[in-house]
Design a protein around this ligand. Structure first.
Ligand code: CTP
Length: 406
């Protein structure tokens, strides 16, 4: 379809970047990026009209996002850029070639282009040796200033290296280290840095990438107190086990595993340092509150449980519920990884699968009808009924009402 539209408009259409890279590596990738040798926005708008897609243009960048009716997205870029030097003056139009356009990219493996026009369909353009680097499993920059132009590429380099089991080419690694030494990575803005870190922590196996970040001196660019020592290695290994175990519980509670990895990465930091990291990364207030606000309390409660287990103490369902209820799941999992105790994991599993969703069945109005006064008394009564239900003393609503009457 895209090739046909290109033919109709008389412009060359190429799939570029990650899509082509992954196609050649036989990896799934649904993010299609295309480049139009011409006006990409005009192409996107015409294509969108013909195929019932929504189009979001970004005039300043000459790009557009095409959203298909089923929600899939297509990124369209132009090799023709228009610069408005000052308002009211005609734009300077620079017609860049595809080669020139691809030269601005990060690594050779991301510079391959696949023609989609009918007469050259499937022809692969490889200006910078990307195919050979894919074969040799190498991540290589296109020129010496790549990390200077965009220091976030240091994180991207590690991400591709670890995800694809590639190696940084030695010269590229040298350039990356120089960029770190020159303080360029340290100066990356908080939001961008956070974005890169999240992407790394969202990888299938973030441990290796984090280790590599430490090796290449990237962790201190986030905070000088961050390290990845043997204790971190142990914590990360344990967390991998905890997350695998959690998946097997098949719970519906939404979980963003990257937040748990994030907590593990910040494990060594004290509270003021935590705050510094959050500020450095310009972390949204809500996220900060969710994963850090309750950290101290959560770890203390888990510690309490652990000690009780150590003493051989019986823990009732209602006690367990009271301790763990309302605790963000990320913190629970992080706390479990920290404790490394199987018995505690069994208990938390029992809470998550059997207790977390239990509720008292009688309503406040029903309790008022029974004569319980409005206000805190209702809450206290509901808590009492819930505890009784959790501990198996009552099961039905009638039994709850009966207990409330007493
Ligand atoms: N790119 C770049 N420098 C950056 C970010 C992106 O040169 N700092 C280029 C890369 O060549 C990349 C393309 O822009 O191929 C698209 O970026 P993105 O969608 O982030 O990369 P993908 O290669 O698709 O990576 P992923 O598989 O992780 O989505």
């Amino acid at each position: 379809l895209l090739g046909n539209s290109g033919d109709e408009q008389g412009v060359a259409v190429h799939a570029v970047g990650g899509f082509v890279r992954d196609l050649l590596l036989d990896l799934p990738n649904l993010d299609l990026d295309i480049t139009i040798e011409g006006d990409g926005i005009f192409f996107a708008e015409t294509f969108g009209e013909q195929h019932g897609c929504r189009v979001r243009p970004h005039q300043a960048f000459g790009t557009a996002v095409v959203v298909f009716p089923d929600g899939r997205k297509l990124d369209v870029a132009s090799t023709r850029l228009e610069y408005y030097d000052s308002p009211g003056v005609l734009p300077t139009v620079e017609r860049a070639s595809l080669r020139h356009d691809l030269y601005r990219r990060d690594f050779t493996i991301n510079t391959l282009a696949l023609c989609l026009n009918h007469d050259r369909f499937g022809v692969l353009l490889d200006f910078f040796g990307g195919q050979k680097d894919l074969q040799d499993k190498t991540v290589r920059v296109l020129h010496n200033l790549s990390f200077v132009e965009d220091p976030t590429r240091a994180f991207r380099a590690i991400r591709f290296e670890q995800r694809l089991s590639f190696q940084l080419d030695p010269h590229t690694e040298g350039l990356l280290r120089s960029a770190v030494r020159a303080g360029l990575v340290e100066r990356v803005g908080g939001k961008r840095l956070m974005g890169e870190l999240i992407q790394i922590l969202k990888e299938q196996e973030p441990t290796l990438a984090v280790k590599r970040m430490a090796q290449l001196g990237l962790l201190p660019c986030i905070h000088t107190g961050l390290r990845f020592g043997p204790d971190s290695e142990q914590l990360f290994a344990e967390l991998e086990r905890v997350l695998a175990w959690y998946q097997l519980l098949y719970l519906e509670t939404p979980l963003e595993p990257w937040t748990v990895w994030f907590l593990a990465l910040m494990d060594r930091l004290d509270s003021p340092q935590y705050l510094e990291v959050c500020q450095r990364l310009m972390m949204p207030e809500r996220l900060m509150e969710r994963i850090f606000g309750h950290r101290h309390k959560a770890l203390k409660r888990l510690q309490h449980l652990r000690q009780a287990l150590g003493r051989g103490q019986e823990i009732s369902n209602s006690q367990l519920y009271t301790l763990l209820h309302g605790m963000p799941l990320e913190l629970l999992l992080y706390g479990l990884a920290r404790s490394g105790q199987d018995e505690l994991r069994r208990l938390v599993s029992h809470y998550l699968t059997r207790l977390a969703e239990v509720k008292s069945l009688v309503s406040g109005t029903e309790l008022q009808d029974l004569g319980v006064p409005r206000g805190p008394a209702i809450r206290t009564m509901k808590e009492r009924l819930l505890s009784a239900r959790l501990d198996g003393l009552i099961a039905s609503k009638d039994e709850e009402l009966e207990l409330a009457r007493q």
